[in-house]
Design a protein around this ligand. Sequence first.
Ligand SMILES: [Zn+2]
Length: 215
Amino acid sequence: MTNPILTDYRLRFELINTARSFYQKGWMVGTAGNLSIRREDGSFWITASGCSKGELLLSDCVRIDPNGKVQESSTDLKPSAETAIHQILYTLFPEAQACYHIHTIESNLVSQFVPEDHLPLPPLEMLKGLGVYEEKPSCVIPIFANHLQVSRIAAEIQQRLTTTPPQIPALLIRDHGVTVWASCTTAARNYIEIVQYIFRYMVAARNIGIWKGDK
Ligand SMILES: [Zn+2]
């Protein structure tokens, strides 16, 4: 039988290690971004608000119940302000066990490439890593407007992704950042690395004029 204390230790350790790695890549500078991992009971651990993502401690993670209420916090730390988005994604995608959200320069730049609410992605081999197995794939990532009120972003994500399931497990919030979700932490980390690769490619390709799909 799994020891729940050891499991919680392992999950929080995974969160702070991943946050440190992303911080070192410049993807979670300052206190930006938030990472979460879901437990078997449906609650999830999420990084706390206002903490440097390069220096998180195990106590800097907060456990949230499936309804979005704080269930466990070792200090008076608050959960990430963007917890509502994680909660909505776990509700929409029952198979998701990890949800990672980062603020990167490339995700913000590509979110401005089109005025529409979705961004065409170049047909790169790397899309296979996001589950797209097609010859010359025509793939888009949804873009959502950024609002000061995070609950409004979460509501719009819930509404659109319910009626229009995304082709890949990722979404952009314009001029804000990118979010991925996956069935395990390893896959979520891979997805973040892949979307960042694709965004970097798009910025570079636009600079030398070889990717026109976004125009
Ligand atoms: Zn954010």
